[in-house]
Write a protein that binds this ligand. Structure first.
Ligand code: SAJ
Length: 416
């Protein structure tokens, strides 16, 4: 059986490799000629655990081949990015052009699957009409479904196989046909539904997390105002069997949680009150962090050591990272900065990164913004020796301090 996968990025390439390893003859399509050449040589252009070995294997055995243009196949999978516009609305240009690119190759009986994250009703209102314009009776002559990806970077190859998969068809027959495709390798459950429910379920998973984090962040603001230890409150409340307050922090980053809720808001702005407020609360956290820091270090001629740029721990991804916002605000306030992130490379940013020692030298506060493993236990002797005053403000409640008598430690539990 032949499958053609459009988009060979973080989702498309692992998906293509897994299909190629499960008995399918796979053609991967990407507009990037460097990616195409590399994959055909059995190499990869992105980093993901286990992917290099798998791509090498399937490229060598000939079951995965990459090219710049689509070709005839039994099934087409669209896995292109959905960037967002300035006003946070979804930019569907890639999804639309990918759909149009396969039109000349579609034959009766083909299955077309969109994996890209899309606003609710996109399959019904945007993708299906493009196919209908070509004269296809969608759902009868050809089948159309949305099967959102929900894998976690670093565990993609495992989660692709083991996670539950949502398969949303434009009609029941389409869902059934698309589910058959995934049954070739998915060990998790396959849940059949409508396209619009699949679109909404994917977005709500990330929105659920975003709203819950906003609740925790709001608790921190309330507690700071009233003189309450927010972290203790979370600890206590979470002993209740049906309560799971999330972790507060400097804000919410990444290209999923900080982006996907807007795809719901754009379609139903008047109804999305809570979702929209949650976004605002999380977006306000970098300002809150700087306000608190100003109480600790009021003199803006001081040096601050900023620890962590990545949007979460142990990754190098700085997309939508709240740490970048904190950095900008601190710069506007006039503070001198030493910036340290052991996971981020100098080429990724247009300002200078420092070593641990450089960053803390002469600094009056270490501001922890990311929960990297390296920050759990810091070299306290160096902190005591090199800093102007040994103070830490830990927005993640992550650092463990041994010399409690020598180092002043603030987190969201003792802001008052
Ligand atoms: N964060 C908090 N407090 C928390 C949990 C997270 O402040 O209690 C912050 C993190 O620091 C980070 C942001 O939220 O800045 C997002 O991190 P995350 O680990 O929650 O999620 P992502 O964006 O790395 O991946 C999510 C996952 N979705 C869910 O867990 C529902 C993943 O399974 C999805 O595949 C991915 O989005 C996606 O591609 O949509």
């Amino acid at each position: 059986r032949n499958i053609c996968i459009i988009g060979l990025g973080y989702i498309g390439l692992p998906t293509a490799a897994v299909f190629a390893d499960s008995g399918w003859n796979v053609v991967g399509v990407d507009i990037n000629p460097i990616a195409v050449e590399k994959i055909n040589r059995g190499e990869i252009h992105i980093e993901e655990v286990g992917l290099a070995e798998l791509v090498k294997k399937v490229a060598q055995q000939g079951s995965l081949r990459a090219q710049l243009e689509p070709t005839y196949a039994d099934c087409f999978i669209i896995a292109v990015p959905t960037p967002h516009n300035e006003d946070h609305t979804a930019n569907l240009d890639y999804v639309i052009s990918a759909t149009k690119s396969i039109l000349p190759y579609i034959k009766e009986g083909n299955i077309i699957i969109v994996e890209s994250t899309i606003p609710p009703r996109t399959i019904d209102d945007v993708v299906a009409p493009i196919l209908r314009e070509q004269g296809w009776n969608v759902g009868e002559d050809i089948y159309l479904a949305h099967c959102p990806e929900r894998v976690l970077p670093g565990r993609i190859l495992i989660e692709l196989v083991e996670n539950t998969r949502i398969v949303g068809g434009i009609n029941g027959k389409s869902a059934e046909k698309a589910a058959e495709v995934y049954r070739s390798f998915v060990k998790g459950q396959i849940l059949l539904t409508s396209a619009v429910s699949a679109e909404m379920a994917k977005l709500m998973e990330n929105t659920y997390r975003d709203v819950n984090i906003a609740l925790a962040n709001e608790l921190v603001k309330i507690s700071e105002h009233l003189g309450i230890n927010a972290l203790e409150v979370i600890e206590l409340a979470n002993h209740h069997p049906r309560v799971n307050l999330h972790l507060p922090g400097p804000g919410v980053g990444g290209h999923c949680l900080a982006v996907d809720p807007y795809f719901i808001i754009e379609k139903a702005p008047e109804q999305s009150v809570l979702i929209s407020d949650a976004r605002q609360i999380n977006n306000s956290m970098p300002y809150f962090v700087v306000e608190q820091l100003k109480k600790i270090v009021p003199d803006n001629r001081s040096k601050i050591a900023v620890f962590g740029l990545a949007y979460k721990g142990n990754i190098d991804d700085i997309r939508e990272s709240p740490a970048m916002d904190v950095l900008n605000i601190l710069q506007q306030e006039g503070y001198r900065l030493g910036i340290y992130d052991p996971h981020v490379q100098q080429e990724q940013v247009n300002f200078k990164l420092s070593s641990f020692e450089e960053a803390i030298s002469d600094a009056e506060c270490i501001l922890v913004l990311t929960d990297h493993n390296e920050f759990k236990s810091l070299d306290e002797q160096q902190i005591i020796n090199l800093m102007k005053q040994p103070v830490i403000f830990d927005t993640r409640n992550y650092v463990k301090i041994k010399n409690k008598d020598k180092i002043i430690y603030y987190n969201y539990g003792n802001l008052y």
